[in-house]
Write a protein that binds this ligand. Structure first.
Ligand code: 57M
Length: 358
């Protein structure tokens, strides 16, 4: 709204010209979302306490007993601050902004439905896996249909380190995109099991995608770096910045020892959004590098469950996902979290290094 209200006034007062710049508005969006979170966070956490949104804690990992009563659904705060900040700073006539909002809010609503169901049952039993997956797939279908029908968007895959080979998936790009979004949402959801564990790598991925998205919308940079150019995509940088700001603000309260958990409303919306961002900037495979930590956590579950079934009860890890394995080995929670963050920062840097290497 600031963009729509103030930029036209640049004719009378040239200082308003700054609203033209994506970088300026991105910085504004980041700071606004973070400040909103930090100011309204304590009030919202009290509200969650008052309406008894305390997380049901499973007893498998003893150290988690102390977390009983910590309110969940903090993802609602992330959604609110991000959306307010976006409405203020983004060019709302840009269609990509609305597509990413569709995924962010849609996935959040599926998570919210799951969280509310768990709270109603006073246990960890949410909506059925079929309903959850169905909801995620339907939203992904709509988003992919919109993207596919966009003439500026190509269905060619970008292969890291290669500028020549870009296979065209054609119509198959739609199921591929759905798979990327649904897997990404579930991977972030599985990782969200220690204080700050999911939000830290989400911030790193947000920064990396903000850079790629900005480049994708800039014709000169894409020509220089041999990256795909998509007109109008640069505006999504403002969304990425609001996402980084809201996530930093959430980390303020979710840092160990957490005052609030994000809930599925947070983990599914952030995960699905990261998947869609990778598709928007045509860095489909880079998502597995940037979100390498989410991939490893998910692989640990797949391996554990398969081995458990195959051997009739034996385990590879003490417990899956991987962070529980380290907890049960006696490593303090804060140490595991910081080590996972370090790993994710390194993976983020590796992903950025591919910008020039092709
Ligand atoms: C969500 N949710 C956390 C919180 C958060 C197939 C199987 C591997 C599925 C997996 C599972 O259910 N994963 C999905 C994990 C839960 O956090 C809530 O859930 C939201 C995210 N969806 O925002 O609202 C607990 O995580 C802890 N937590 C924190 N800090 C945070 O900032 O400490 C969360 C956020 C919270 C809190 O304790 O209650 C969760 O872990 O339940 N299942 C599992 O992860 C279970 N693993 C398991 O059963 N492994 C088996 C194999 C055969 C699958 C094995 O290895 O033997 C573990 N879940 C729990 N305890 N709670 C088992 C140990």
């Amino acid at each position: 709204m600031l963009y729509h209200l103030l930029y036209p006034l640049a004719d009378t007062w040239s200082a308003f010209n700054v609203f033209r710049y994506i970088t300026f508005r991105s910085m504004g969006a980041l700071i606004t979302a973070m400040v909103l979170m930090v100011i309204f966070g304590p009030w919202f956490i009290n509200f969650l306490h008052r309406i008894k949104c305390g997380q049901y804690i499973l007893s498998d990992v003893k150290a988690h007993a102390a977390k009983a009563g910590t309110p969940t659904m903090g993802g609602l705060m992330i959604m609110a601050s991000l959306i307010v900040s976006l409405l203020l700073w983004a060019d709302l006539s840009n269609s990509y902004i609305w597509q990413i909002v569709l995924v962010f809010v849609g996935y959040g609503l599926v998570g919210f439905w799951d969280d509310i169901t768990k709270l109603r049952h006073h246990e960890n039993k949410g909506i059925s896996p079929r309903a959850k997956m169905g909801g995620l797939i339907v939203i992904a279908c709509i988003a992919m249909a919109l993207l596919y029908s966009d003439p500026s968007y190509s269905t060619n895959l970008s292969i890291p380190f290669s500028k020549e080979w870009a296979p065209d998936l054609g119509l198959l790009y739609i199921p591929f995109g759905i798979l990327v979004m649904v897997s990404s949402a579930n991977a972030v959801n599985l990782t969200d099991g220690l204080d700050g564990l999911a939000i830290g790598p989400t911030i790193v991925a947000g920064v990396v995608f903000a850079i790629f998205i900005y480049i994708t919308g800039n014709i000169r940079l894409t020509q220089y770096l041999f990256l795909p150019y998509i007109p109008g995509m640069g505006e999504v940088t403002v969304f990425c910045a609001a996402l980084i700001g809201a996530s930093l603000g959430f980390l303020w309260f979710n840092a160990y020892p957490a005052q609030v958990f994000m809930g599925d409303v947070g983990s599914l919306s952030l995960g699905g959004t990261l998947g869609f961002l990778a598709l928007l900037c045509k860095q489909e495979f880079l998502l597995a590098v940037v979100g390498g930590l989410f991939v490893v956590e998910t692989l640990s579950v797949i391996l554990q469950v398969s081995y458990f079934r195959w051997t009739g009860g034996k385990r590879i890890f003490r417990m899956a996902p991987l962070h529980h394995h380290f907890e049960l080995k006696g490593i303090p929670e804060s140490k595991i979290i910081i080590r996972f963050w370090i790993t994710s920062i390194i993976l983020g840097l590796v992903a950025l290094s591919t910008i020039k290497l092709r």
